[in-house]
Design a binder for this molecule. Structure first.
Ligand SMILES: NC(=O)c1ccc[n+]([C@@H]2O[C@H](COP(=O)([O-])OP(=O)(O)OC[C@H]3O[C@@H](n4cnc5c(N)ncnc54)[C@H](OP(=O)(O)O)[C@@H]3O)[C@@H](O)[C@H]2O)c1
Length: 313
């Protein structure tokens, strides 16, 4: 009997259910019964990996706020993917590179929710590509120093979106995240930064600023995880470093379902998996990293073997 009870702890709905706390439970101070939810916020939830993360959490019962700068994208995602699911997807526009906009977002969530359980800092940008196989120093200088993508402003924009905002978003939401951890014994709220294998591989992949920003984002994740832990806050901070997934960033567009497509052949030779990542690959990684209570300060590369093939530093 005891062994059978133990078996239950291995069931998928116990391990991978973001709404595990969603069972009705008594809350003495409220003098009645109330449904405890998992509340999540995903930046850049209107396309690509952010949309995959939103679906992974909402389809499994979480209430998911998605943000981005483009209202139409968020509305379309809500119209399409918020139907007949146990959770919810709710759009709020915000620009995560603007501190006033982050502050407004915190106030907005605070006015609607008592806590935040999951913050996924996913929004990111990539600037143009630069050639790196020159025949001379002059040619390399032309490609890197003179090229418009090598403009210092492009580096600033990349770092502002891919690095600085992780710091400001995470620190701005700490009080709501702390309250999230107080909702149930055994649950710690979590910050999950979407970084990239570009911050791990030794090659520039023709975009130095992007790769440097992602390496910084991985390091920032670890510093935040450490400082939050030493401040005795029960909030886990980790990052997922994706390989290649279809998105507006990697394909320049989305279709009428807000989804993007990369032909399999394009990555047949580049990874052990011989294909780009799928919705399911990202979804299971998101569920793992958000629900696993023993994961802290880590980088989880979900890349079909991209780092193995490209080599890391
Ligand atoms: N796809 C890949 O292969 C891959 C691989 C490794 C890492 N990543 C990382 O995954 C994350 C998601 O990118 P993606 O590939 O899914 O590309 P994507 O489809 O372009 O998604 C990025 C999202 O971020 C939003 N965003 C950009 N700047 C923002 C800002 N200042 N404020 C709020 N939202 C903003 C965009 O919406 P708006 O433009 O409407 O604001 C967009 O929906 C990025 O951090 C990226 O670096 C992607």
């Amino acid at each position: 009997m005891e062994a059978q009870e133990n078996n239950k702890r291995f069931q998928l709905e116990h391990l991978f259910n973001v709404n595990d706390k969603g069972s009705v439970k008594e809350i003495p101070n409220f003098g009645g019964w109330e449904l405890i939810e998992v509340v999540a916020l995903i930046t850049g939830g209107g396309s690509g990996i952010g949309l995959m993360a939103a679906q992974a959490l909402a389809v499994n019962g979480a209430k998911v706020y998605i943000t981005g700068r483009t209202q139409e994208k968020l509305d379309k995602v809500t119209e399409l993917y918020n139907q007949n699911i146990p959770g919810q997807i709710i759009p709020i526009t915000a620009d995560v590179t603007d501190k006033a906009s982050i502050d407004k977002l915190v106030k907005e969530i605070n006015s609607r929710e008592q806590f935040l359980s999951i913050l996924i800092n996913n929004a990111g940008i990539s600037t143009g590509a630069q050639e790196t196989e020159p025949e001379s120093a002059e040619e390399l200088r032309q490609n890197l120093f003179e090229h418009p993508s090598g403009d210092i402003g492009a580096w600033d924009d990349t770092f502002r979106t891919n690095v600085s905002q992780l710091f400001f978003m995470t620190t701005a939401f700490l009080p709501l995240l702390e309250k999230g951890s107080q909702q149930e014994h055994g649950w710690s709220s979590t910050v999950l930064n979407i970084t990239s294998i570009s911050g791990i591989v030794k090659v520039s992949q023709h975009h130095f600023a992007y790769n440097a920003s992602k390496a910084a984002a991985i390091h920032l994740t670890k510093m935040l995880a450490h400082e939050i832990m030493t401040s005795r806050l029960p909030i886990r901070v980790n990052n997922i470093a994706p390989g290649v997934f279809p998105s507006e960033m990697t394909t320049s567009s989305s279709d009428e379902k807000q989804k993007s497509f990369i032909p399999k052949e394009k990555y047949e030779q580049k990874t052990a998996a011989a294909r780009p990542g799928k919705d399911e690959d990202m979804a299971s990684a998101i569920l793992f990293a958000t629900t696993n209570q023993y994961l802290s300060g880590q980088t989880v590369a979900v890349d079909g073997g991209y780092v193995l093939a490209a080599g890391s530093l």
